[in-house]
Design a protein around this ligand. Structure first.
Ligand SMILES: *Cc1c(COP(=O)(O)O)cnc(C)c1O
Length: 398
């Protein structure tokens, strides 16, 4: 074009498509959260912001079901909160036990290794939960300092049942427990204190339906004591909890500039959780995901996880014979503005991953998802009955 060079930046208005987000995250953001993000900035040490920090911490304790003093949003996405947990708890020479039953257990192992720890694996196939007996045996054999598990494995659609059996086994063997609750916090029953979880981290953009950027983390006093008694500081300055203590603890002094707008957003998202009530919110996710699963099964598809370990917030369903999963996902995006995802790792090409998280977990979205997926699969030649699927969703929601 005339006068245009390779260096001319685009000045067109930002117009992202209006998607329905039913993938593994992010989920649809509630309009109130978007509004909160367009309110004026204050300084990160402004007395008004300090009040707001206290409110966010109180709301996080409510949502995690904990009294932990050490409950904060970490600057960054879920992986930042994950790294804050692992990099502070694992010291060079420590051993951490991690699960092999999904993608995020693998990430735990990588982070523990980078922290200078030795990793031992507790094995279970992708798509299945950990067996408490295997956990007990592995803990007794390897005597790890830290045991990590994934409460809601987003790569496989598996919810780890019977968490207290795992934490009890860990404590009997002197290990602290780190739980990945990224895809359960605010959507799936999670009771940090009652279940004996020492450290839990989460993300904003899954069941909290908040844009990514400030990520929940909670530590018991005992876990924090272990962090503060380290022989050497963690290798990350940014995520060093003994330094972050200065900002989020009593002193309220500068460490790094908090992502103010993300903290506003998180506060509003957590306020929505508290207004709905945490237990009602868990029930809504179960009800909507139950309807989604009923529709998928009635259509002729098969869920991947065993019924006792199905995760309401992430529904993994088998890709039917003769269908290319990536083609279906892009068809749904193009024709319906609907995002779902395909499988990862061991389950690549074998499952669709359909989220049902936070503000996305609404009847209209579940009906759209089942109708659109049914139609797309039918067009691709799969043996499905889309109409029967939609009917099953409607009768489940009645
Ligand atoms: C999404 C996710 C993470 C990582 O969070 P990011 O926000 O992508 O950094 C970690 N664990 C689980 C189980 C997740 O689903």
């Amino acid at each position: 074009m005339d006068g245009e060079t390779a260096n001319t930046p685009s000045t067109s208005e930002l117009t992202p498509p209006n998607r329905t987000l039913m993938g593994p995250g992010p989920s649809d953001v509630h309009p109130r959260v978007l509004r909160a993000m367009s309110t004026p900035l204050v300084g990160h040490l402004d007395p008004a912001f300090i009040d707001l920090m206290n409110e966010v911490q109180e709301l996080l304790r409510y949502t995690f079901r904990t009294d932990n003093r050490w409950t904060i949003p970490v600057s960054g996405t879920g992986s930042a909160a994950m790294e804050a947990a692992i990099a502070n708890l694992v010291e060079p020479g420590d051993t951490m036990a991690v699960p092999t039953n999904g993608y995020f257990g693998g990430r735990m192992a990588q982070m523990a290794t980078r922290a200078g720890g030795t990793v031992v694996e507790i094995e279970a196939p992708w798509g299945e939960p950990l067996d408490p007996d295997d956990v007990e045996r592995a803990l007794a054999k390897h005597d790890p300092d830290v045991f990590g598990f994934v409460h809601a494995e987003t790569s496989t659609g598996v919810r780890q049942p019977n968490v207290p059996a795992l934490t009890e086994a860990a404590h009997d063997n002197g290990a602290l427990v780190i739980a990945d609750t990224v895809t359960s916090l605010g959507g799936v029953e999670l009771r940090v204190d009652e279940w004996g979880i020492d450290v839990a981290y989460a993300g904003a953009q899954k069941c909290l339906s908040c844009p990514p950027g400030a990520s929940p983390l909670t530590l018991s006093d005992e876990a924090m004591e272990r962090v503060l008694a380290r022989d050497e500081p963690p290798r990350s300055w940014y995520l060093d909890l003994s330094l972050l203590e200065g900002y989020w603890g009593e002193a309220r002094s500068y460490h790094h500039t908090a992502p103010i707008t993300n903290v506003y957003a998180l506060r509003e998202a957590l306020r929505l959780v508290a207004e709905e009530g945490i237990e009602s919110r868990w029930k809504r996710h179960e009800r909507l995901s139950g309807a989604l699963q009923a529709g998928l099964e009635r259509m002729g598809l098969e869920m991947n996880a065993p019924p006792s370990a199905r995760l309401p917030s992430l529904n993994a369903v088998r890709v039917p014979e003769g269908v290319n999963d990536a083609d279906i996902c892009s068809d749904l995006l193009d024709r319906y503005d609907l995002e779902i995802a395909s499988g990862l790792g061991d389950l690549a090409g074998e499952i669709f991953r359909i989220g049902c998280m936070g503000h996305s977990a609404r009847p209209e979205n579940v009906i759209l998802t089942v109708a659109a997926l049914g139609e797309a699969l039918d067009s691709a030649g799969a043996d499905v009955d889309a109409a029967a699927g939609v009917e099953a969703v409607q009768s489940a929601l009645r």
